[in-house]
Design a protein around this ligand. Structure first.
Ligand SMILES: Cc1ncc(COP(=O)(O)O)c(C=O)c1O
Length: 375
């Protein structure tokens, strides 16, 4: 009987991570269950304090998701109809959606070809009298060009809200992302570098008044029980999720270091045979996603062959936000973002997570090059 050499390498492996911390997680969940403070319980306050400390900012407000973090941050800044916010074309749809929830208009700006981060020169060119702020994304774990973006914002009297959903722990000049903008928004979607076991999000800020407004907005505008000073929302970080996140935060730096080792291993296994995204940021990135370019219209065939070989690849993102049907219908049909559109055709994300083994990575790269010769 032939021995199959097929391996199963998922895009992310949350079960492998849970296995390494099961006793800690189970204990933390048990403590919440025993206490029963399921909504805005003690674990939420503990995690907020720990995450604020981690990012070196004074305030952190846990909310229902990364999308809500963005939405509530801009609500706290009073974004409203007629206001424009500059957002990257290379991002997950939520970045732009959050602007629209407030009645604002996202103005897309294209990416730099080498790292796919928002192009600061193009940001400045997109500013109009209606622009209120800039919403850069630390894509794939790489810090956006905060020096240029914050300088542009200061020159034009704009706010900067960081979308740090993909970059927990990434640093720029020795400071963690989350400490640069007026506010910073994190997602704890399960597959993120710091992921909950369900939805969760957080806004970090240096501004006490904005933090106060966020706390009102996330909880029905309630300043005391049944005393509502503004019309708010129901978007609180769940206590059970906060307990999970508090455990996982203590491991985040080690996990990010393991991701860096895995990314460096892919770099050396792939060599100069394929273009990769963001090679200049290897020392700052927390490697949320490891993306290669497969040119010449072969990406989908390579992806299908890898999936057939048991390799869980992804595409982040196949259709840029401005090309999504919802946005075409919202009036973005004429918008052209060539770098993001080319990325949508060429990018392929390889499996990357802290627990991935060298054998798994060798298998992924062998299968990748095998697929390339056949595609
Ligand atoms: C860049 C970016 N922004 C926002 C979000 C939205 O976060 P969530 O899924 O927690 O709402 C995500 C994650 O999915 C993201 O990757």
């Amino acid at each position: 009987m032939a021995i199959s050499t097929t391996m199963n390498v998922p895009l992310v492996d949350l079960g492998a991570q849970y296995a390494t911390i099961a006793h800690e997680i189970d204990g933390a969940l048990r403590r919440v269950l025993d206490k029963g403070d399921f909504v805005l319980g003690a674990a939420v306050r503990d995690f907020e304090a720990a995450f604020a400390n981690y990012c070196d900012v004074p305030h952190a407000v846990g909310v229902g998701s990364g999308t809500d973090a963005l939405f509530l941050a801009m609500r706290a800044l009073d974004l409203g109809p007629g206001d424009e916010v500059i957002v990257p074309a290379m991002t997950f749809v939520a970045t732009a959606e959050a602007v629209m929830y407030c009645g604002g208009r996202p103005v897309f700006v294209d990416a730099r070809p080498d790292d796919l981060l928002i192009d600061a020169a193009a940001v400045e060119a997109a500013i109009t009298p209606r622009t209120r702020g800039i919403l850069p994304v630390h894509l794939y774990g790489m810090p956006a060009d905060m020096d240029s973006l914050c300088a542009i914002a200061r020159r034009h009297g704009l706010w900067v809200v960081e979308d740090a959903a993909q970059a927990h722990g990434a640093t720029l000049h020795g400071r963690r992302v989350g400490a640069f903008g007026t506010m910073s928004c994190f997602s704890f979607y399960p597959g993120k570098n710091l992921g909950a076991y369900g939805d969760g999000g957080l806004v970090a800020t240096t501004d006490a008044e904005l933090a106060r407004r966020l706390r009102l907005l996330r909880d029905h505008g309630s300043r005391a029980k049944y005393d509502h000073s503004v019309v708010g929302y129901c978007s609180r970080l769940d206590t059970l999720q906060a307990a999970v996140l508090r455990v996982k935060l203590a491991h985040l730096d080690d996990w990010n270091a393991a991701r860096a080792v895995a990314a460096a291993r892919y770099d050396s296994l792939i060599g100069d045979r394929l273009a990769r995204i963001g090679m200049a940021h290897r020392h700052q990135s927390v490697h949320h996603i490891y993306a290669v370019r497969i040119p010449d219209g072969r990406r989908d065939r390579v992806r299908d062959q890898l999936v057939a070989a048991g390799v869980g690849v992804g595409v982040h993102y196949p259709i840029p936000v401005h090309r999504q049907e919802a946005f075409v219908e919202a009036g973005y049909g004429d918008v052209s973002m060539p770098v993001a559109e080319q990325a949508g055709r060429e990018l392929l994300s390889l499996p990357l997570y802290p627990e991935i083994t060298e054998d798994q990575q060798r298998y992924v790269v062998d299968e990748l090059f095998d697929a390339l010769t056949r595609a």
